[in-house]
Design a protein around this ligand. Structure first.
Ligand SMILES: [Zn+2]
Length: 360
């Protein structure tokens, strides 16, 4: 599945799954669940047989599930809430995804607009308002995702480039550094024999997992269950070789623990291994400029990165952050002052903000 990242908030995922098992109709409209093995997504109350938990992803709405490539279930019709504009954007994304999968030349913006019955500028506006990036940037992100998958699977670099439809290797190498965040050769070396040091320790906010690649800290996660944190890390870096933590890593671990205990007292100076799309990295960079003790709204953050209509896409990028506290996505709140979700549990978000306020 390609497209947007599912909202992963492990604390509330357990709650969502409970609602799905209970077929609780009060949860309809709050989220949908998607089944990887069938490619179908459903309302929580759907009468269909329940899938295995491991095959389920949650999305905040039908729109996000469709962008990720899922089809609506024919029994519970979860797509009813999707607007016409949403449908247009979804159709563009699906056309681009389909062309890439079939290794065809990507249609131009003019072709996509003609198909949608809109002018190019109308379609661009609609698309950018929904996703926060232009059609061209979206196509590039899809390509780069495909390259990353191919490289991680061990294809030769030139095969991966050809598979992603890049016109020339020179063009690819130029793009690769900005989109993968590092040169392709290095990425492939990491995909095959990347080494990871990691440790899980206890903090006053629960279990803390910190992992480091040879580039820098690549995961900071909080949770109730150390086993779950370790499993998530293993899935995310499936090809990596785990090595015994070094002295240096243990010192860095202590710095992260200090950051958890006193998030307002210091800013992180450790090297970070940040992996994400160009748009996600823009959002994360803006997050790092928010001072401890301050909060911003999603719409303010969207303005700061020069995409004022992309609050929804900004919220998705915050939800995709994998470096808790170091990239301070906990400092983003809703317009009405409510905390909104947090990948590592909304109670932890509340506590982090409280600790920062107390430090002032
Ligand atoms: Zn259904």
């Amino acid at each position: 599945m390609t497209g947007t990242t599912p909202i992963i908030d492990s604390a509330s995922d357990a709650e969502r799954w409970r609602l799905v098992l209970a077929r609780d109709a009060r949860a309809d409209g709050q989220f949908v669940y998607a089944v990887q093995t069938t490619g179908v997504y459903c309302r929580p109350s759907c009468p269909a047989r329940r899938p295995k938990r491991a095959n389920v992803n949650f999305y905040t709405n039908a729109y996000s599930a469709e962008l990720a490539g899922y089809r609506p279930c024919k029994r519970c019709c979860p797509a009813a809430a999707i607007t016409r504009d949403d449908q247009t954007v979804i159709a563009v994304c699906q056309t681009l995804q389909g062309a890439l999968e079939r290794l065809q030349r990507l249609p131009s913006a003019a072709q996509l607009a003609a198909e949608a019955g809109l002018s190019v500028s109308q379609l661009q506006r609609l698309f950018t308002a929904a996703l926060g990036i232009t059609i061209n940037q979206y196509a590039q992100a899809l390509r780069s995702q495909q390259v990353q998958q191919a490289l991680a699977a061990g294809s030769a670099i030139t095969d991966a480039i050809a598979a992603a439809g890049y016109s020339s290797t020179g063009h690819f190498y130029q793009k690769a550094t900005s989109e993968l965040g590092m040169p392709a050769r290095r990425y492939q070396r990491q995909g095959q024999a990347m080494t990871i040091e990691f440790a899980i320790t206890d903090t006053t906010l629960g279990a803390l997992l910190v992992a480091r690649s040879d580039v820098g800290i690549c995961a900071i996660a909080l949770g109730d269950n150390p086993q779950v944190l370790a499993t998530e890390l293993r899935q995310r870096f499936a090809g990596a070789r785990r090595v015994t933590p070094s002295e240096e890593f243990n010192r860095q671990l202590q710095q992260v623990v200090a950051l958890v205990e006193q998030p307002g007292a210091r800013s992180i100076t450790l090297p970070l291994d940040i992996r994400g799309t160009a748009f996600q990295r823009r959002v994360w960079q803006a997050l790092q400029s928010i001072k401890p003790g301050q909060t911003v709204h999603y719409s303010e953050l969207a303005q700061r990165i020069g995409a004022p209509t992309a609050a929804r896409a900004v919220a998705n990028a915050c939800g995709a952050n994998t470096l808790a506290i170091a990239i301070p996505c906990h400092r983003v709140v809703r317009q009405d002052g409510s905390l909104s979700g947090y990948r590592w549990g909304v109670e932890r978000k509340r506590e982090l903000l409280k600790r920062e306020a107390d430090t002032d």
